[in-house]
Design a protein around this ligand. Sequence first.
Ligand code: IMP
Ligand code: MG
Length: 183
Amino acid sequence: MDASHMGNDIEQVLITEEEIQAKLAELATQIWAEYEGKDLLLVGVLKGAVMVMADFMRHLPGTVPMDWMAVSSYGSGTKSSGVVRILKDLDSDISGKHVLIVEDIIDSGLTLSWIRSNLESRSPASVEILTLLRKPEAAKVEIDTKWVGFDIPNEFVVGYGLDFAEQYRNLREIVTLAPHVYS
Ligand code: IMP
Ligand code: MG
């Protein structure tokens, strides 16, 4: 679906499909140069990163494996607490590998900083982060995010993998929701 299928549930389009693809292509070029010849593994965090992973990895000019984790962060509503439980662990052993975590969004950064230190404890050669979106709050946490697609305002967004109550993940753009959707 695209924004035209949202009726009055949409507030505004923040990032278009074309802007997302152009940014992922640009990041893919930079990241490929950085990892060429290295044993790279892309690690996605379910479910939000599904679209970013699918499109980012197809922009890479060579083959690369992927693996997935699913976590649940204990938190109330739209705020995360940083207390994380692994729902699905990686299939592969990452020791000696250059791990690139592929994420949809960093808000507080609590979830991701937990995931990062969890992965770092498994003796990888390196762990870096690629996130399509980053909110201002993320700047407050000590989380070194090497590659960021877009810095966005502190608003709740959906689309391109991001959901509200599991809806709108299949939206092509990144949009803000009209207030009536939340109430
Ligand atoms: P953090 O631990 O606060 O960084 O939370 C990150 C997770 O919260 C993301 O992986 C998303 O699942 C979710 N999240 C944070 N902001 C948004 C948003 O604006 N829309 C949809 N999900 C979000
Ligand atoms: Mg998520």
